[in-house]
Ligand binder design. Structure first.
Ligand code: NOJ
Length: 563
């Protein structure tokens, strides 16, 4: 599974002195297939990103996180990796990757890549070898194969349901079954196999040697499993304590042995490579283990994604998360949107039952409400206010491509153009949490120009259909409008470099419960009015406002006050 290539450059940005760059970085997530298409095949590519480095530099971000760009059958948008040490030919080449890293580093932007260790693609050479080698082989030992139940083994080993709906086991030609926590095309690795551990260490080294600054670790809590001979039922699994550390499928204490090895590898580089865990775990103490300095070092916190646009909820989440950061020594992470979630402008524009208030933890995945239910302007107004609240917080801000344009979720995509397995596997049954329209609506290629083929995404079409309303959100349109969301983000990200200081804040009590006001140690202040009615304007020098302010602070508006 190695790629026979030579490392051509290892330009790195920082030295030991600034190895803490990640602690308060603004990290911009690029979903490569949908960012910019250089060669005109309808799929975004690395050369497309390289061509847009000036745009990223002007935006003012500190790092990009690239979602998977590896060879893939695209059964799950690239999270089904067929070769961990190469580039999908539709997206480019390793030489294109090196060129992109060089261009980003020259613009003082760090590079984080996505590592998908829980499962590979069924097209991966190891899985193909496992199929060919047959039961009991060392090749099958790299994945999780079992015999079925029933007289002829015709029933799956257990009744487990995959995260995308449907059974979590699939039968192969010789009658055995393999486990896939996600889609059929994503067989789970067996992390008890030393070979699997060593191969991922080789993959991390491969990208770190190419100058990558950090890694985002997909479903970091799922890798290590302990499956007894007699498998528990799904109901029994659901009733188990997910915080015990000894759950058979998730967040096991022994997964951290894997990350201790990764950390040793990361720390052997100068500067040490960083990592951020995507770990959906049951409580802050469990999450803290992933964020520890002897582990991955940082973990995503998705609490704000599940919150309403509501002062009390925001304040409680921020307070909690800063306290957690104190415990781990890591910095906090803040995120409203990513490639798995309904864009936050849309969430805040939907009635709470359709938008954010449905069911904790699943609400942010709710996509595709009918457009007539959507308060387009209100949603964007609230998203702008919320994001400017977030960008002032201590810690890392993770931003998702297109949110700087104020893009809404694309709700209308014909079924035969949809790609998301979470939708395709659940559309008829409406199972589990993907009971909306799945995740394609936030993955539609970006509009760069107000007209022309694919709104400037590329010289020809786009792999997911773009709606006509994209024209008014294009980079071209927003660049020309001083009040646009794009120009708001640019200004905020620029000011943020001055605002970020010691990783603390102090709440300033306000006379209205719907107004949150905090002060950073260097005197910068952020005030957000979550209510609909205007309130008195706080005293101070306003350097940024999400809506025009007069002598009052309008509803659903954030202002930044400089010392
Ligand atoms: C989490 C990723 O963010 C998501 O896009 C993917 O479908 C699953 N992990 C499986 O890799």
């Amino acid at each position: 599974m190695t790629s026979d290539t030579t490392v051509t450059q290892t330009i790195t940005l920082s030295t030991r002195e600034d190895e803490t760059w990640w602690r308060q970085a603004a990290v911009y997530q690029i979903y490569p297939r949908s960012f910019a298409d250089f060669d005109g095949d309808g799929i975004g590519d690395l050369k497309g990103i390289t061509a847009r480095v000036p745009y990223l530099a002007e935006l003012g971000i500190d790092a990009v996180w690239l979602s998977p760009f590896y060879p893939s059958a695209l059964a799950d948008g690239g999270y089904d990796v067929a070769d961990y040490r190469d580039v999908d030919p539709r997206i480019g080449t390793l030489a294109d990757f090196d060129e992109l890293v060089t261009a980003l580093h020259a613009a003082n932007i760090r590079v984080v890549v996505d590592i998908v260790p829980n499962h590979s693609s069924d097209q991966h050479a190891w899985f193909q070898a496992a199929l060919a080698a047959g039961r009991g082989s060392a090749e099958r030992g790299r994945y999780i194969f079992r015999d079925g139940r029933g007289e002829g083994g015709e029933l799956p080993p257990s009744d487990w349901v995959s995260m995308f709906g449907g059974p979590a086991w699939t039968r192969v030609a010789d009658g055995q079954w393999y486990l896939h926590t996600f889609a059929t095309e994503q067989p789970d690795f067996n992390w008890d196999a030393r070979e699997v551990r060593d191969d991922f260490l080789a993959t991390l080294r491969f990208w770190a040697d190419r100058g990558v600054d950090g890694f985002r670790v997909d479903v970091a809590h799922l890798l290590v499993k302990d499956l007894p001979a007699e498998l528990p039922s799904q109901a029994e699994i659901d009733a188990m304590d997910a915080a015990s550390g000894s759950h058979p499928l998730l967040d096991r204490d022994d997964v951290h042995e894997v990350y201790a090895e990764w950390r040793a590898l990361f720390d052997s580089y100068d500067p040490p490579r960083t990592a951020v865990a995507e770990a959906h775990v049951s409580n802050p103490e469990r999450r803290a283990r992933y964020a520890s300095a002897t582990g991955l070092g940082q973990a995503f916190n998705f609490d704000l994604m599940g919150a309403d646009f509501d002062a009390a909820q925001f304040r409680a989440i921020v307070t909690d998360n800063l306290a957690q950061a104190d415990l781990t020594g890591s910095s906090s992470t803040w995120v409203f949107s990513n490639h798995d979630a309904t864009r936050h402008a849309t969430r805040y524009g939907l009635p709470p039952a359709r938008g954010t208030g449905k069911k904790a933890g699943t609400a942010w995945m709710l996509a595709g409400a009918p457009r007539e239910e959507l308060d387009i302007e209100g949603g964007l107004r609230r998203a702008r206010a919320a994001t400017m609240f977030l960008l002032g917080l201590p810690g890392s801000a993770y931003l998702y491509q297109g949110e700087e344009l104020g893009l809404h979720e694309v709700g209308v995509i014909p079924r035969d153009r949809r790609q998301d397995p979470a939708y395709l596997r659940c559309a008829d049954t409406r199972e589990w949490s993907f009971d909306g329209l799945g995740r394609d609506g936030c993955r539609v290629p970006l509009p760069w120009r107000s007209e022309g083929p694919s709104f400037g995404f590329g010289p020809r079409g786009a792999h997911l259909p773009q709606p006509a309303w994209f024209a008014q959100y294009s980079v071209e349109a927003e660049d020309a409008d001083p009040a646009s969301t794009l120009n708001l983000y640019r200004r905020a990200l620029d000011l943020r470099h001055r605002l970020q200081s010691a990783e603390r804040l102090e709440w300033v009590e306000t006379s209205a419960p719907e107004v949150l006001h905090y002060r950073r140690p260097n005197g910068w202040e952020i005030v957000t009015n979550f209510g609909a009615a205007a309130v008195a304007l706080p005293a101070g020098r306003i350097v940024l406002a999400t809506e025009p302010v007069t002598d009052l602070l309008p509803g659903e508006t954030t202002v930044w006050l400089a010392p």
